[in-house]
Design a protein. Structure first.
Length: 250
């Protein structure tokens, strides 16, 4: 079965709740495209108004992070049950900004991935190499390690539902997008790694996105690669032009 493309926006720490509602109202008619799953990962405070604003559209709302514990003394955090109850479907796990600024490790990513599945949330698991790792020729080794630890003890049934976002760190927010060839090489290697960890069925089912300075101009070639099933889009998802990225085929 063909994998349905996902175009997910990662708003990071941008837009107030009222700006969110206004923006989604304007975006709705621009992304009415049933061939693509459209996801907006908004700041936690905007999740509930965003879900309300996105009603009767094909936009679904995701979260940018989540704690791996059920509840407790974790000031400032959001639990998986809170996200589920609010109506969230996807949650970004292990974004490089969380890894760098908030000390999220591959082991923590693994705990979050397992907890997300327990709550019927779909993790968008981020991985990616630094510029130094790329220059040293260890990109694929590094990505394989991240994938293997992130999915440790995750069943094939759940792994099939997961989304992996390959996001080279040197490309995030820098305007330096990976070439379609370089992005495809890594996404293909990720699919092969999933095949080794599980089986061919799981490798064929899992969706792998590219992220890192995607724009209206770069999206069509990137998203047409055989192993790239869409994108995780930061800066360019904050503008209504995001609609053009969703409709990259038209
Ligand atoms: C991201 O934050 O996941 C991202 C890909 O950002 P940008 O598109 O701005 O590089």
């Amino acid at each position: 079965m063909a994998r349905k493309k996902i175009i997910a926006g990662n708003w990071k720490m941008n837009k107030t709740p009222s700006e969110t509602v206004k923006f989604i109202g304007e975006l709705k008619p621009l992304v009415a495209n049933d061939d693509v799953e459209v996801v907006l990962c908004v700041p936690a405070i905007s999740i509930i108004p965003a879900i309300e604003a996105a009603k009767e559209s094909n936009i679904c709302i995701g979260a940018q992070c989540m704690h791996f514990e059920e509840s407790g003394a974790y000031t400032g955090e959001t639990s998986p049950a809170m996200l589920k109850d609010a109506g969230v479907k996807y949650v970004i796990v292990g974004h490089s900004e969380r890894r760098v600024y908030f000390a999220v490790t591959d082991e923590i990513v693994n705990k979050k991935v397992k907890k997300a599945f327990e709550h019927d949330l779909i993790p968008i698991i981020c991985c990616g190499e630094t510029l130094t790792q790329r220059q040293q020729g260890i990109t694929i080794d590094h990505i394989r390690q991240q994938i293997k630890i992130s999915l440790l003890d995750v069943s094939a049934q759940n792994a099939k539902k997961a989304v992996i976002a390959y996001e080279p760190i040197w490309a995030i927010g820098t305007g330096k997008v990976a070439t379609a060839e370089a992005a495809e090489e890594v996404c293909k290697a990720i699919r092969e790694c999933i095949g080794e960890m599980y089986d061919q069925d799981t490798a064929e089912a899992i969706r792998i996105l590219y992220g890192g300075s995607v724009t209206v101009d770069s999206a069509p070639e990137l998203f047409s690669q055989p192993d790239i099933d869409g994108g995780l889009v930061g800066g360019a998802s904050l503008k209504l032009d995001f609609g053009k990225i969703v409709n990259y085929k038209k």
